[in-house]
Design a protein around this ligand. Structure first.
Ligand SMILES: *Cc1c(COP(=O)(O)O)cnc(C)c1O
Ligand SMILES: [Zn+2]
Length: 404
């Protein structure tokens, strides 16, 4: 049955194919575009936007941007308090490297310990709005944990499919949220194939990265927060650890939306967006530098930054577009360098970050060396997760006497 719900507060107005622009109803459950089998992008048609000062009195979660989010009825919001994470000044590292302005947005402080909370809170809220009874996801770890938590809160069934080598803390946490966990030999693309097989009858909603339109809408709130928390001034460069790329694409989408609704001036200089990958799995870097036409046949290896082991991202074109439009770049970091970065952020700043976040800091160092980033620029690092669930990956790099 097709139902049409009229938006109450959300100004959601369209879903359009990210390649050819064909539009689809935002009031029905959608997956990828039927025309190109590519991600759908949500569009908003604000009639009356709140003044941005109105935000001051709103709750300290990502839901403060409700008008620009796709949930139509507030009753459907499934929240654990995600978003509005702090932007920290890394003064010690700034002093050490003679930088003027080094910032880190700490997404490790989200529910379930990563920024995946934003995307899954949004996707599960929309799933609830559409009457979905259960969800399934292929994951490198954090997305599965987040989906399990939000499904538990929403009273939905949850099936999480992850690589067998994923640290046990990830599957353990899924268990405690009541999710079914399926282990697969291989990387996330192999998990995606398993999801297809397990869900051949389509009983469960597949919330794979960019295969439904709303995880992106959750992740874009990082962009809104970067602007609001920076008093509507943007950094010069943003470094982001790109796997599937929803954060990268989402932050850029947010900047464009804010210009459209007048929250940012039309002539504002937007940040250069940098996609940081692991040396072991760097499909985007390979395409960006023209060493392959696209990532469709890329073969990646596992990395201690589990979230970066995405060899064939569906959002590749959207990521490349973001890098091109913003004048950004793509760069890859070795396992050993991630370890160096982890220890440096820990000892200098008291932050125990995910290896993905450590990669981002090391990427900043490298790009300062090459001159892509200037020492007097405002640099924003995104630490996408907490290091805690990665202990198993790190135990080989710490003295035996410490244990894990
Ligand atoms: C999933 C994940 C990433 C990659 O995010 P995408 O939105 O898929 O690019 C980066 N860091 C962590 C900690 C993750 O869990
Ligand atoms: Zn299309």
């Amino acid at each position: 049955m097709k139902t049409t719900i009229q938006p109450l507060i959300s100004h959601l107005s369209t879903l359009s194919c990210s390649k050819c622009g064909t539009s689809y109803s935002p009031f029905e459950k959608q997956t990828v575009s039927a025309c190109c089998q590519l991600p759908l992008l949500a569009g908003y048609a604000p009639k009356v936007m709140p003044e941005k000062e109105a935000l001051l009195t709103r709750e300290g979660t990502m839901w403060r941007y409700l008008e620009l989010l796709p949930v139509l009825d507030k009753e459907n919001i499934v929240s654990l308090g995600e978003g509005y994470t702090p932007i920290l000044e890394l003064k010690n590292l700034a002093r050490k490297y003679e930088l003027q302005n080094l910032l880190l947005k700490d997404e490790g402080q989200n529910p379930t310990g990563s920024f995946k909370a934003r995307g899954l809170s949004m996707a599960i809220s929309k799933a609830k709005e559409h009457g979905v009874e259960g969800c399934i996801i292929p994951t490198a770890g954090n997305a599965g944990v987040a989906m399990a938590a939000y499904c538990a809160k929403a009273g939905m069934r949850a099936t999480v499919v992850m690589p067998r080598h994923t640290p046990k803390a990830f599957r353990g946490e899924c268990y405690w949220y009541g999710a079914e966990v399926v282990l697969v030999d291989g990387l996330i693309n192999d998990c995606a194939a398993k999801v297809k097989e397990l869900n051949s009858k389509g009983e469960l909603l597949d919330v794979s990265t960019l295969k439904e339109p709303y995880r992106l809408e959750g992740k874009k709130t990082m962009g809104y927060e970067i602007a609001e928390q920076g008093s509507w001034q943007l950094p010069d460069v943003i470094l982001y650890p790109a796997g599937g790329g929803t954060g990268l694409i989402g932050i850029w989408k947010a900047f464009k939306e804010m210009k459209q609704i007048g929250w940012l001036p039309e002539n504002i200089k937007l940040p250069r967006m940098v996609a940081v990958q692991a040396e072991n799995c760097r499909p985007l870097v390979e395409t960006f530098y023209g060493r392959q036409a696209n990532a469709q046949n890329y073969v990646g290896k596992p990395t201690i930054a589990n979230g970066l082991a995405v060899p064939r991202p569906l959002g590749e074109q959207l990521m490349l577009q973001t890098l091109q439009e913003s004048g950004g770049t793509a760069i890859s970091i070795t396992e050993q360098d991630m370890i160096t970065g982890l220890k440096e952020l820990g000892t200098n700043e008291g932050l125990f970050v995910a290896p993905e976040g450590a990669a981002v800091w090391m990427a900043a160092r490298k790009l300062l060396d090459t001159g892509f980033i200037q020492y007097d620029e405002e640099i924003l690092l995104l630490n996408t997760g907490s290091g805690q669930k990665y202990m198993e990956n790190l135990s080989g790099y710490q003295p035996d006497s410490i244990g894990s």
